[in-house]
Design a protein around this ligand. Structure first.
Ligand code: FEO
Length: 171
């Protein structure tokens, strides 16, 4: 059994992961409407991953006999200026998620809640990977610059990331 404080904090994390899933789905739709098929596919996969992050917490809470709450998700934005603005928003959101995971870990440590501490380690590694991925995408977008063909090349680069991620998943 975990504490009430930890239960509440995990439920807040569920809401954060759920928001990320809906935000990335909205971004995928915007990309599709802009003809950025590579970005659309990428954001769809990110959205699925966030849903999986959320469900993992549901499962964990059930295992430790805590009640997981299905979150009310605030309306996410639907309009984005450019892929750069969009990926900046993703990177900022991921940083927020990382901080939130670290805060959860602090609670677990103070409460000597070794089970939750162990559960959170997966998220620590996942956040390091996600932040790194978003930073590398932003670096590529910066390198490509703002030429008339920039959107085309950005989309191609993101599609190359899709292929690499798919291969990594299969391996
Ligand atoms: Fe589940 Fe990318 O935060």
């Amino acid at each position: 059994m975990i504490s009430k404080k930890m239960t509440d904090a995990l439920n807040e994390q569920i809401a954060l992961e759920g928001y990320a899933s809906f935000l990335y789905l909205s971004m995928a739709t915007w990309c599709g409407n802009e003809g950025l098929d590579g970005c659309e596919k990428f954001m769809q996969r990110q959205s699925e991953e966030e849903r999986m992050h959320m469900l993992k917490i549901f499962e964990y809470m059930s295992e430790v006999d805590a009640i997981a709450l299905t979150p009310a998700i605030a309306q996410v934005p639907h309009q984005f200026e450019t892929p750069q603005e969009m990926f900046n928003m993703v990177y900022k959101h991921e940083q927020k998620v990382t901080k939130s995971i670290h805060d959860l870990l602090k609670i677990a440590k103070v409460e000597n809640d070794y089970t939750t501490e162990n559960f959170l380690q997966w998220y620590i590694a996942e956040q390091r990977e996600e932040e790194n991925l978003m930073r590398s995408i932003l670096d590529k977008i910066k390198l490509i610059g703002k030429s008339p063909m920039a959107l085309y090349y950005i989309d191609k680069e993101i599609d190359a990331v899709n292929t690499a991620e798919e291969k990594a998943t299969e391996a």
